[in-house]
Design a protein around this ligand. Structure first.
Ligand SMILES: Nc1ncnc2c1ncn2[C@@H]1O[C@H](COP(=O)(O)OP(=O)(O)OP(=O)(O)O)[C@@H](O)[C@H]1O
Length: 132
């Protein structure tokens, strides 16, 4: 566990493999991860369809990544909590609630960024259809 491993391409590839397994587990087991990933994909497709500016796409990608990362950490913390304390415990409640709060804050932030970016584009499209 504590031994220092030398850098090699094989170790690097193994780390990627472990990380990808983690993504697969989260998507398979966590409903919220599926929902957030779905919303992320929709936001990204919408960015391409609406032809957003480069910095707007950067903001959208950052928002998606922010929520997905918060979701992954939350899942890891939930799993750790369930492993160390399968029974109801007020300290576990506190830890899980704080962890869930991180996801909530990330999702609200991404939502506000989405509204700020997409509103102008969607209003433009709507006005084209509504003006005679
Ligand atoms: N062992 C526990 N002890 C005390 N409270 C708990 C415990 N497990 C869950 N809770 C409470 O229930 C809430 C939901 O926890 P849970 O682990 O079911 O996550 P979830 O919101 O259902 O997420 P997910 O659907 O991703 O698993 C927690 O935020 C916490 O308030």
């Amino acid at each position: 566990m504590n031994k220092k491993s030398k850098f090699s391409i094989k170790t690097l590839l193994n780390s990627f493999k472990h990380a990808l397994r983690g993504v697969k587990i989260a998507v398979k087991e966590e409903d919220n991860a599926k929902i957030h990933l779905g919303i992320g994909i929709i936001m990204y497709v919408l960015s391409a369809v609406l032809k957003l500016k480069k910095m707007e796409i950067v903001a959208v990608l950052f928002s998606i990544g922010f929520v997905v990362v918060a979701e992954l950490f939350n899942s890891a913390i939930e799993n750790l909590c369930d492993f160390v304390q399968p029974n109801h415990h007020k300290q576990i409640k506190k830890i899980k609630d704080i962890s869930a709060a991180a996801v909530l804050i990330s999702a609200i932030t991404a939502f506000i960024i989405g509204v700020l970016i997409y509103t102008d584009y969607l209003m433009n499209i709507a006005s084209r259809f509504l003006t005679p």
